[in-house]
Design a protein around this ligand. Structure first.
Ligand SMILES: Cc1cc2nc3c(=O)[nH]c(=O)nc-3n(C[C@H](O)[C@H](O)[C@H](O)COP(=O)(O)O)c2cc1C
Length: 213
């Protein structure tokens, strides 16, 4: 993000990377440093001139961090300025927002950040909506499969102990709003390894299945 304060330098770096690599080159920027220095359009033009294949705009300033709202108007303005694909980012909270952002800004694609960590099914939901199908709601088999997959992946990457701690946070997100989820949370202290994770998860899913039967 610091390169937003030195667009010449950013341009030199992008040009050098362009020469050095053959794979598609995309560049992600914030809208500016502060609300008084919105430079996304200038930056996007430089990014295009320097040979990038697409530009991604996180429509918040650096000083905003993750607070406040993303200003989608900036994405629309960038879209008017460049010919390369513009990918909008910031505040896609649910699948429907994908289409709202594309319609409001004319952007060519979207990038989803935090919402995907709460709802990893958001991509499938957006694809189904795009096909004209109703909103996909993950059932117990999908939730179970995702949890097991992530636990195994995390264990392989960071070891079982840290994976367990991560999984507690993820389980909170993946069961938020479901019936009995607060009681389920209380049983997290029993999670010590894969066996206890499976047993805690399965007993909760059995309760859910009974409630929804
Ligand atoms: C866990 C996490 C990791 C992220 N890592 C990166 C990163 O490595 N590079 C980057 O440009 N943005 C990163 N971001 C920012 C997101 O790409 C995105 O710009 C930001 O979250 C705003 O989009 P959102 O409102 O959909 O969350 C990260 C965000 C999260 C939540």
């Amino acid at each position: 993000a610091a390169l937003l304060k030195g667009l010449d330098r950013a341009g030199k770096i992008i040009s050098a990377v362009r020469v050095a690599c053959r794979v598609p080159l995309t560049v992600k920027i914030r809208s500016g440093w502060t609300a008084d220095s919105i430079i996304a359009c200038d930056a996007a033009k430089i990014i295009e001139e320097c040979g990038a294949d697409a530009v991604i705009i996180h429509a918040r300033t650096v000083s905003q961090g993750y607070s406040g709202s993303a200003d989608w108007d900036i994405i629309a303005r960038v879209k008017q300025e460049v010919k390369i694909p513009v990918i909008g980012n910031g505040d896609i909270i649910e699948a429907q927002d994908v289409f709202k952002m594309m319609e409001m800004t004319g952007c060519d694609g979207v990038m989803i950040g935090r919402a995907a960590t709460r709802n990893p099914w958001i991509f499938r939901q957006a694809l189904e909506l795009e096909k004209g199908n109703p909103l996909f709601e993950p059932g117990i088999p999908e939730r179970r499969a995702l949890i097991m997959d992530q636990y195994q992946g995390l264990t392989a990457c960071i070891g079982e102990r840290r994976a367990m701690l991560c999984m507690r946070g993820l389980l909170l997100k993946y069961t938020k709003g479901l019936p009995g989820s607060s009681r389920f949370r209380e049983s997290f202290t029993q999670i010590r390894d894969l066996d206890s994770l499976v047993s805690v998860m399965e007993s909760y899913f059995r309760v859910l299945e009974d409630k929804t039967a």
